[in-house]
Ligand binder design. Structure first.
Ligand SMILES: NC(=O)c1ccc[n+]([C@@H]2O[C@H](COP(=O)([O-])OP(=O)(O)OC[C@H]3O[C@@H](n4cnc5c(N)ncnc54)[C@H](OP(=O)(O)O)[C@@H]3O)[C@@H](O)[C@H]2O)c1
Length: 323
């Protein structure tokens, strides 16, 4: 019955050449660039609903009340939920790619039909990503989702009063849903009439090795950055949480920028783009992630400067020496 449903929808998708995942990330990119620019340049003239919906966490709009925006707020600690989802979803994707390569088998029919449905229809879906590249990219994405799952559920300390908007919560799920599928949409073995090729280290290019190194560096540095946040709220001797306040972070790349974790986030997505240079979908994802991390980092930077009189003057928002 599910298969029949997808096939009916698929006819519609084929007729209108609709690529749902590209449309999703293109829309996210347009909204973040347009609204984000307005928030940075002319925030004071924007309607309260937009300002309250856009801001979250420590730089959230306090004071201005808006009953609908207030009703749509959820705890920021719910970040942990979409990492639970991303944890399972990324492992499924990695398993399917690995199994296909080991068994030399195409993905299950239901998976292919579903990918046709969200990836532009079976006539438009072409192989652009080799199995080797897909295996590396899904492994990297899985490593990131597993680490974030561990951090948000077992390590990070979220203040109980911090909130985000319901839209941001939903966008979190859609982001991981779409970006993990983006690794499969144009991959050998996941496109009709294609079979997975075998894995070989000799197929990895120099550029891809450089991207792997960049990913590893950013991944480990993001963990260190998040630990600096954790240690701000914990007593170093007893390990007990002594504060839920936002304090002035120091050390590591914090000496140069206010949001190193967002800088490393962008670098990880760029590194995966280097591994999948043919994927248009991944390029759209990089635009969306870069846009949202830069806007968030600029709002965060402004918040630090307003709240700490002694805030280091040489600290930039997100890109050392530049921004
Ligand atoms: N790929 C994407 O599109 C995307 C989108 C959004 C976020 N992310 C990533 O998700 C991660 C978390 O994002 P986020 O917006 O939650 O980051 P965040 O606001 O900086 O918060 C990260 C954690 O550190 C705590 N924290 C933040 N500033 C602190 C301070 N000054 N003193 C003490 N603790 C502090 C936060 O607690 P509170 O919750 O109490 O503030 C939270 O537990 C980042 O690595 C980001 O790059 C990715």
């Amino acid at each position: 019955m599910l298969t029949k449903f997808f096939m009916n929808c698929q006819e519609y998708i084929e007729n209108y050449n609709i690529h749902l995942i590209n449309t999703l990330f293109l829309s996210f990119s347009v909204v973040i660039i347009a609204l984000g620019s307005l928030m940075i340049m002319v925030e004071s003239v924007l309607p309260t609903f937009i300002r309250k919906t856009f801001r979250y966490g420590k730089h959230k709009c306090n004071g201005d009340e808006h009953s609908l925006a207030n009703k749509l707020e959820v705890p920021k600690s719910w970040f942990a939920h979409f990492y639970m989802f991303a944890f399972g979803w990324s492992i499924c994707a990695f398993y399917l790619v690995l199994k296909g390569m080991i068994m030399h088998s195409t993905a299950p029919d239901l998976v292919v039909i579903f990918l046709d449905f969200i990836g532009g229809g079976k006539n438009d879906r072409k192989v652009l990503i080799k199995s080797n590249e897909a295996l590396i990219a899904t492994l990297l994405m899985t490593l990131q989702c597993v680490r974030r799952f561990y951090e948000t559920n077992f390590v990070q300390i979220f203040s109980r009063k911090n909130k985000m908007n319901l839209f941001q919560y939903i966008v979190g799920y859609l982001h991981y849903f779409g970006s993990i599928l983006a690794l499969l949409i144009n991959t050998e073995g996941f496109v009709k009439d294609s079979t997975p090729s075998t894995f070989s280290f000799t197929k990895i290019t120099l550029v891809q090795y450089i991207c792997l190194a960049l990913f590893h560096f950013s991944w480990s540095q993001q963990w260190k950055t998040n630990m600096i946040f954790v240690n701000l709220r914990k007593d170093s001797k007893t390990g007990k949480i002594h504060s839920e306040q936002h304090l002035l972070p120091r050390g590591g790349l914090f000496e140069m920028v206010s949001s190193p974790h967002m800088f490393f986030e962008i670098q990880m997505y760029v590194a995966i783009m280097g591994i999948l240079p043919q994927s248009l979908t991944w390029k759209l994802i990089v635009i969306w992630v870069t846009g949202n991390q830069i806007v968030n980092a600029l709002l965060t930077h402004k918040w630090y400067k307003e709240n700490f009189k002694n805030y280091p003057k040489n600290r930039k928002a997100i890109i050392p020496f530049l921004l």
